[in-house]
Design a protein around this ligand. Sequence first.
Ligand code: ADP
Ligand code: ZN
Length: 579
Amino acid sequence: MNKIKKYYIIIPMITAILSLIVMVATSYNTKSVNKSYSMFTDDLNSNNISTVVVDSSPKMTVTLNNGDKYSTDNPHTDTLKEKLLLNGIDVKDETNPPLTKTIPASIFVLSLVTLGAMLISKARGGASSVTSMEMQDFSKNKKDALNFNAVAGNEEAKESLMDIVDFLKNPEKYQKYGARMPKGVILYGDPGTGKTLLAKAVAGEAGVPFYALSGSDFVQVYVGVGAARVRNLFKKAKSHGKAVIFIDEIDAIGKARSNGKNGSSNDEKDQTLNALLTEMSGFGQEEGIIVIAATNRLDMLDKALLRPGRFDRHIQVALPDVNAREKILSLHLKNKPHENIDIKDIAKKTIYFSGAKLESLINESAILAAKDNSNSITSAHIESAYSITLAGHEKKERSYLKDEDKLLTSYHEAGHGLVSMLLLPKDKVSKITIIPTTNGAGGYTLTIPEDKNYHRIDYLKNKIKVSLGGRAAEEIIFGKDKVSTGAEGDISQTTDIALKMITEYGMGETLGLIKLSSVGSLYSSYGNPVIDECKKLVDQLYEETLELLRENRDSLDKIALELLEKESLYEDELNKLAI
Ligand code: ADP
Ligand code: ZN
């Protein structure tokens, strides 16, 4: 609710109080002593009365010649009025209440109703006025517009978003070719990695207005309010023609519905989600509106959101690696006085820091420099700020442990990467990184598998070996009693492939060309021999993987140590190291 509206609420309050005062005052005025009817007839007979006010009430008001007032019983006889008039007494017949009473009374009631209505709409958060909506019109103030230069690192995300910028600039171009551009994009990754910044930069680059709202703003106590807010948001954006609509924390409305724990609030969530989907299918390609949503966890989202025509483009925004950290640090130092700072060194020490955390590190240093009245930020300020930031985020002794973790992750990922490059050269390893992802993996190896309709048995065996490569590398370097839980995902993938080979693809001995799931009730009696065969296959493949890595120990070391240094390695760097 904006400021003016906030003050409006005072108006009915004032009118209610004023009308109440008037009502009390007038009724106080007319209040008078009560006298018996016989005393009234005495006054009547002695000609003491000047006026009598008669209305439909059981009392009438009598005013004497000396100005005194009193009330007495109204006999409700027809003759009374005539008798009074004959005695020269002024008779006021007020069977309808005077305006002096009805006006304040009706104002009072009206004020209360208005006040009540205002309070209810305020409690509902003012469905029509979206509270915390942020709007920046980059189509007008082009100078302040953020662009991709404000986002350091995140090169892959920026590249994907470039298409969207071009689409926003010339939607007609894509329409001409009949290309379907995405209506919705999901940016996913850890908090503080620059998702909001990227969305804003898209609007800035394209020169269109940027509307932002957080998913949690949509979910309210009252059912229907969230949906109304969604419609309002889209209405506002559409009124501008082209626009970027940014919805932060989309999981607040789009979380998968499977575990109906939240009971009643689900109703509201569903309505809001449905309104969002309806709005998204409601605008056409040519309109140039793009909805960008952000979340920490892509895997938590309702599948309905991810279907084609909705949020069908998913872009990962990862924690920065050492290179990206250096760029982010430089960017945030750029407009601050500083001297003799070894940015490369800080970048090395800040593994697992998000962009936001790096920004706060620089900010903290600037505050320290200001406190010192120093001319510029020095490395001493950054050192202190670093300790403050670390102390705030994690225990100090962990930073040593982290180094060993880093080494283990480096060897684990190098193991996957190297086995893949040696055995499956057609599946390109495009990236290896030891920067963790939000779904809990310590690092990951990204391969682009060759596109094929079917796979041969040797391919599947090699695929298993790639999966086992991580654990095998850990065992070779750190010993069998030092292996980690980092291989959990790999092991489940290995089991899946091996089981399918034996029970579905007809590649095993126990079942031969029989498909286990078609055997039905006999299933259980085949269970154990199948597992035995699975284990034998995987054990065998694991031994072969160990051997392969031992033979290529040099390359394994090179990749792992380079990975430790650079944190991420890309295809061409890897190709050089593997030979
Ligand atoms: P998210 O939306 O992913 O939680 P934000 O975009 O809100 O993160 O980032 C918060 C702040 O952190 C930004 O305003 C910016 O100052 C800083 N920041 C984060 N990532 C970057 C980056 N890649 N480059 C420059 N600054 C960044
Ligand atoms: Zn692994």
